[in-house]
Ligand binder design. Structure first.
Ligand SMILES: Nc1ncnc2c1ncn2[C@@H]1O[C@H](COP(=O)(O)OP(=O)(O)O)[C@@H](O)[C@H]1O
Ligand SMILES: [Mg+2]
Length: 241
């Protein structure tokens, strides 16, 4: 579904990503874990066209993303749930969701949007309860669900999530990860970026470890969980030995 080959990307002369290669197959949950500043957000922004590649290529569903606009890439089925949720605070929950459906509206009309809205309310019942509430007054966990629902409104083939668990209480994190699992059961494909390595590797099929812009390890999630270097660097000491 997504194949990235020998990608370099960054800002001005600053090369943040160095020779990144990775792929995501249809139906997989793939996670990329890495510390703060490793380049995780830069990677997602490059895939979705917000940052231009300096070298290498990004092929999504057989088409190169390299020179496409963000709007075209999103319309082709690649959705981003951004870091820090970024919901539109002064708008209601439902207005936020409908905004996420504007590509769908253009292509398939209002009925398709309303059907998709209903689907999001089934996935996130709390959003239905809060549908008239202003997004800015939701809790962190509810805002994360809204950001996910908004991205899913476009009916994407690939959902990329940038640190969905950051700043949330453990019980809410568990809910969020359960929803990601359910998304996969419904046939979605997920590229999940996380600092919470244990939780991410716990639900992923495969994973990549990013350190200062380079992929230093990759493999089945279970292998990474069992890897001594990953345990030492990302999973805390309690699991060693
Ligand atoms: N808009 C930007 N302009 C310049 N440098 C940036 C910009 N965004 C991020 N960076 C730098 O790129 C590096 C990687 O950042 P980022 O991709 O946000 O990492 P992560 O998401 O893994 O925390 C950091 O050194 C950061 O300072
Ligand atoms: Mg980030």
């Amino acid at each position: 579904m997504l194949r990235i080959r020998n990608l370099d990307a960054g800002y001005g002369k600053l090369r943040v990503l160095k020779n990144i290669s990775l792929h995501v197959k249809a139906g997989e949950i793939v996670t990329m874990i890495g510390a703060n500043g490793a380049g995780k957000t830069t990677l997602l922004h490059t895939v979705v066209g917000l940052v231009r590649p300096m070298r290498g290529d990004i092929v999504f569903l057989g088409r190169s993303n390299g020179r496409s606009s963000v709007a075209k890439i999103v319309a082709s089925g690649c959705a981003l749930v951004p870091e820090g949720r970024q919901v539109f605070a002064p708008m209601s929950v439902e207005e936020n969701l409908l905004l996420g459906g504007h590509v769908l509206q253009k292509e398939r009309g209002r009925a398709a949007v309303l059907k998709e809205l209903e689907h999001q309310y089934e996935l996130f019942p709390i959003l239905r309860e809060r549908r008239r509430q202003l997004a800015g007054t939701l809790s962190g966990g509810e805002q994360q669900m809204l950001a996910m629902g908004r991205a899913l409104m476009s009916g994407p083939k690939l959902v990329m999530m940038d640190e969905p668990s950051t700043g949330l209480a453990p019980l809410i994190v568990r809910d969020i990860f359960q929803i990601i699992r359910r998304l996969r059961e419904e046939g979605n494909t997920v590229l999940l970026i996380e600092q919470n390595a244990r939780a991410a590797l716990g639900i992923a099929d495969r994973g990549y470890v990013l350190e200062v812009g380079k992929v230093i390890l990759q493999g089945p999630a279970a292998d990474l969980l069992a890897n001594a270097d990953v345990q030492r660097a990302y999973l805390g000491r309690e699991k060693i030995g």
